[in-house]
Design a protein around this ligand. Structure first.
Ligand code: ZN
Ligand code: ZN
Length: 275
């Protein structure tokens, strides 16, 4: 992967000896400082709790209003419904046609539609792009390979246009990226998983059993979530310990990965390549 050392104000993407790409601190941080914050490149609520999870801000609620076309996406109020118009508008008809599509496939469709919409797969500050995220499909267990195959054919049914617009290898790559990097999104309590999302910059954080950072979703508390500054599907990387400039930023990755839950032999798959 051709990654030069690139800078955001607080972090740098760099090639780490023997580890591949990673993130290092560009300044010092104290415990609980926000090292960086990032909005999801794409995110979906879990379909199993769709009627109780806002499709826009990922708050949980008990009196949500549905999208009147598909009845499959639910919102806190009209503001959240309006905010999701572009993203949901592009999937509403497909959801209506398919009804039962798995969350991975729905997320992959959102990723590809965003790539098509924005022309390039960029994230804030251009530090990393989808096509540059390294995947390890050759190291997947047989179980995961079978899941990938099923997801690919489900995706082609769900989103036949993408099959025409994108190269098959790129679609497979996006599915692999989702399998390897998508993170659990939490609701306003900060602890209940309600969906999954792809965060490109956070995808570069390597795993450590003694990490110096942790992740907080949805601002991590109800109060912040209710302010006008709330940004939907937002992740914060915060310092656990004092961090010095040029220290590598690490997290305990299996706490946050979606597919940790999906297969039993996860650790034998590709996922500890971040070690
Ligand atoms: Zn909402
Ligand atoms: Zn809809």
């Amino acid at each position: 992967m051709d990654v030069q050392t690139m800078e955001l104000q607080q972090v740098r993407v760099t090639e780490l000896k023997g580890k591949g790409v990673g993130l290092i601190a560009a300044q010092t941080f104290q415990p609980s400082d926000v090292v960086f914050a990032e909005q999801a490149f794409a995110a979906v609520p879990f379909s199993s709790i769709a009627t109780r999870t806002c499709n826009s801000c990922f708050r949980r609620g008990w009196r949500l209003i549905p999208c009147h076309q598909c009845n499959l996406a639910w919102y806190c109020n009209r503001t959240c419904l309006r905010e999701a118009r572009t993203v949901h508008g592009s999937e509403c008809k497909d959801l209506l046609r398919m009804q039962h599509v798995n969350d991975t496939v729905r997320l992959a469709a959102q990723v590809l539609k965003r790539v098509a919409r924005d022309s390039v797969a960029i994230t804030d500050g251009d530090l990393v792009t989808i096509d540059r995220l390294q995947t390890h499909s050759e190291r997947l267990s047989q179980d995961l390979q079978a899941i990938m195959k099923t997801d690919l054919s489900a995706f082609l049914n769900f989103c036949p246009k993408a099959a025409e617009n994108f190269d098959g290898n790129f679609i497979e790559h996006v599915l692999c990226v989702i399998h390897e990097y998508s993170l659990l999104l939490h609701d306003q309590s900060g602890t209940n998983p309600v969906g999954m999302g792809l965060f490109l910059l956070a995808s570069l954080l390597n795993h450590s059993c003694a990490p110096n950072c942790y992740l907080v979703f949805n601002n991590g508390n109800y109060e912040a979530n209710n302010t006008m500054y709330h940004t939907p599907a937002r992740l914060e990387v915060r310092a656990l310990f004092p961090i010095k400039e040029n220290d590598e930023l690490t997290i305990f990755i299996c706490l946050f990965l979606v597919f940790w839950r999906r297969t039993k032999d996860f650790s034998q798959g590709a996922f500890f390549h971040r070690l």
